[in-house]
Structures are given as structure tokens and as C-alpha cells.
Design a protein around this ligand. Sequence first.
Ligand code: NDP
Length: 240
Amino acid sequence: MVSIDSTGRVVLVTGGNRGIGRAIAERFVQEGYRVAVTARSGEGPEGTLTVRADVTDSAAIDAAFTEVERQLGPVEVVVANAGITKDTLLLRMSEDDFDSVVATNLGGSFRVVKRASKGMLKARFGRVILISSVVGLYGSAGQVNYASSKSALVGFARSLTRELGARNITANVVAPGFIETDMTAELDESTQAEYRKAIPAGRYGSAAEVAAAVTWLASDDSAYISGAVIPVDGGLGMGH
Ligand code: NDP
């Protein structure tokens, strides 16, 4: 059952036009939040405000927040979800493969959360939720760039918790395992089968299952949880 305790809070989800971000935005709409999504292309789900922004561009992020503030009010919950992969083995990984993944996944989270924190400090309320990955702590051959960018989000959330925890602002990490989206559809069939074998649940997760954890972290029920890493991975990462 969906518990409605959001009192119409304003949430912004980056990369809300497809995949996990879209499912998160849908779930927030269902729970009665006022929802904005950033998208480089396409639109967010029904009932959301779509604003254009590339998370590697601070000016575009600032403009997107200003638009959300104008139309919905200050952002109280921010979900840094936009992310990319550029997988290849270390010896073949170019500096651009490394830098662009870190600039999007880690740098993008930094830019978005920094901009959101201004309003949160003023309001003395905030929920920061960073979408990491099981591979951030588990490791993954061919993903030195991606895994580094995702494990860094743990240090990010924990440092933010120490900086802003006394202001009624929480910062948590959600670490999905293998979720059915465009990102995992890119993997070849044998890799997919191998992963499926390693997952105790024996299946990939759905974007809606990630969304359920995210909305819970935004809710009043999780007010005393901060600096945590919540896995949504069918048991794949246990203990990592
Ligand atoms: P998708 O590839 O389906 O979607 C990625 C989203 O990020 C899109 O909305 C995309 O926008 C957006 N995005 C990418 N780069 C930028 C950018 N520079 N600026 C703004 N938006 C950008 O991915 P998923 O939904 O699968 O993944 C969402 C998050 O979950 C990512 O952070 C990913 O690392 C993480 N994750 C996914 C897992 C999975 O199994 N799928 C597992 C663990 C973590 P556009 O449509 O314009 O490209």
C-alpha cells in the first residue's frame, strides 16, 4: 500500500524521461508530491513538469531549478538519477571514457545537489537521494570509470550527512542491482545470463522496485536514516 505523507512536497528527479528516473517520478506523482523532472530529450511522465538540463552543465541546472521554483516552489526532495556507462577494460579506456562518466554520474550529482541544498538549508528540510549501483562497492570488470563514479556517491552522501544532518536534511544512497532498462538491454545475452545466475533472487529487478525504495527515503518514515546505502539488488551485493 502506498502511504501518502508527502503533504505535496516538491521533488526533482534528474533523467526522468526514461528508465529508473521515469519510474521514480511516476511513483512520486502517485504519492501526491509535486514532481519536476530534468530531461535532455523527451518528457517526464504524466503529471510532472519537465525542464531541460544536461547535468554536466551548471548553468543549465541553475536555470532548471529556477524554473521549478517559479512553477512549483523550492525543491525539497532531490533525486540524482541521471547516469551513463562507457564500459571497456582499463587498458582500452580512454581519458574521455573515464572523464565523461565521472563528470555525468559524480559531477552531475554534485552540481544538482549543490543547487538544491540552498533552498533546503533555508527551509530546514531536505531529502537527498543519490542513485548509485551495486557495482560501486562490488566492483565490475570493464567498469572502472562507472564503479568509481558510483562508489564516490557513498562518500558524498556521508559527508553531506555530516555537513547538513543537523538541519533536518538527510542524504542517502540507493544502490540498484540489475534493473530492466535501456542501460542493461545494451549488455549481450551471455553477460545477461551470467549476471542472472549470480543474483540470489534469480531475476532482474524492475524500475518500480527501485522507485519504492526512493520514495520511502523521501518520506517522513525515514527521517532518522541518513548516510545509508540501501541496496535494491535481489541480494547480489550482500555485505558490499
Ligand atoms: P537509462 O540509460 O535508461 O537512462 C539514463 C537517464 O539519464 C536518461 O534519462 C538520460 O537522459 C539521463 N542522462 C544521461 N546523461 C545525462 C546528462 N548528461 N544530463 C542529463 N541527463 C542525462 O538508465 P537507467 O534508468 O537504467 O539508469 C538510471 C540510473 O540508475 C543511472 O544513474 C544508472 O547508473 C543507475 N543504475 C542503473 C542500473 C540498471 O540496471 N539499469 C543498475 C544500477 C544503477 P537522455 O534520455 O536524454 O539520454
